[in-house]
Design a protein. Structure first.
Length: 336
């Protein structure tokens, strides 16, 4: 999940550019009366975009009426039907990226993974309507013994990638009785912003704005022995920024933010991920938590910290590439 709007790729030693998130404002009637480009923007905002918004909301509330497995299956069918026909660019990028990550794939194996990719993307979208039911009835857990007790000992930063359905992941943490807060970069479509907000806030997930306004509240949570959830993989402006996949480490993304906050608060870093085992069945895996190695010069160590975090997250993505949300973004040019 990208948390910035800077463009271009910085060197490993450069600092992330600070920015402040501002929610888009509704366009006033004066824009329509002004004519020209302002009128076009007004009509796009209030008329054309609202067609898509209405369709999103119709499907979201209609799918709530379905059993969780039926809802997920319908989403998977739609994904397999629509992705290769109406999202050909994304489908082609996904094929190229899957082949780069797993160069030993035969043509038949690649087609199978592409079908699973389309299925996973479709299911994840439909499953927004039934996330609580999936989290409570369709997830088996591995390695979560003692997780709640470890969180009671001090600040924790959960790190995870966008694999299968990450909404189910955080809901599982809440169902364990944990108070969890995460940052959130809202989607451009207003209907999807509404759906995600309704789901997350309704379940009790803490939400922080992205950008400059995220850091201080996040640090306060950690300083008060709270729990943050941060997704480390990032697709930004259609390009994969993390994991690195053989590219040099950089300090643009969430890896660097996590490392700085963990060192400042001595937070425990707790990796976990959720994978789809088939259909609407999931497995939530918690890996061994750790703290960053001690150092007298944390800023000098930052690039190594980032490499360490990438070494945790990248293998998870490599093991589940067809379930990775960003697999259809543009991959860095590298030998991976």
């Amino acid at each position: 999940m990208a948390t910035g709007d800077e463009t271009g790729r910085k060197t490993a030693g450069s600092k992330r550019k600070a920015w402040t998130y501002e929610a888009p404002k509704a366009l006033p009637l004066a824009d329509f009366l002004a004519g020209g480009d302002r009128r076009k923007a007004f009509l796009r905002y209030w008329l054309y975009e609202n067609v898509d918004n209405a369709i999103d909301l119709l499907f979201y509330f209609a799918f709530m009426l379905l059993p969780a497995r039926a809802c997920s299956a319908l989403g998977g069918w739609l994904g397999r039907l629509l992705a290769p026909r109406f999202h050909k660019g994304a489908y082609a990028r996904a094929a190229a990226n899957l082949k780069m990550i797993r160069p030993d794939l035969s043509d038949t194996e690649l087609e199978t993974l592409l079908e699973r990719y389309a299925d996973s993307q479709g299911r994840q979208m439909a499953e927004y309507s039934v996330v609580p039911r999936l989290a409570r009835r369709h997830v088996r857990k591995i390695g979560t013994e003692g997780l709640v007790e470890r969180c009671a000992e001090g600040p924790v930063i959960f790190i995870a990638p966008h694999v299968s359905n990450w909404e189910v992941l955080w809901h599982c943490l809440l169902d364990m009785g944990l108070a969890v807060t995460m940052n959130y970069d809202p989607p451009k479509r207003r209907s999807r912003h509404y759906i995600v907000n309704r789901l997350r806030k309704g379940a009790g997930l803490g939400i922080l704005k992205p950008g400059r306004s995220f850091v201080r509240p996040a640090l306060r949570i950690l300083e008060n022995s709270g729990n943050l959830l941060m997704f480390c993989d990032e697709g930004f402006n259609g390009r994969i920024r993390a994991p690195f996949f053989g590219q040099p480490a950089h300090l643009e993304g969430n890896y660097a933010i996590i490392a700085r906050m963990a060192r400042k608060t001595n937070a425990l870093i707790y990796p976990l991920f959720i994978a789809r085992e088939g259909g609407a069945s999931f497995v939530l895996k918690a890996l061994e938590p750790f703290r960053l190695p001690a150092t007298d010069a944390p800023e000098d160590q930052l690039t190594e910290d980032v490499r360490l975090l990438n070494a945790v997250i990248e293998p998870i993505v490599r093991e589940n590439p067809e379930q990775w949300y960003f697999i259809d973004n543009q991959m860095p040019a590298a030998n991976i």
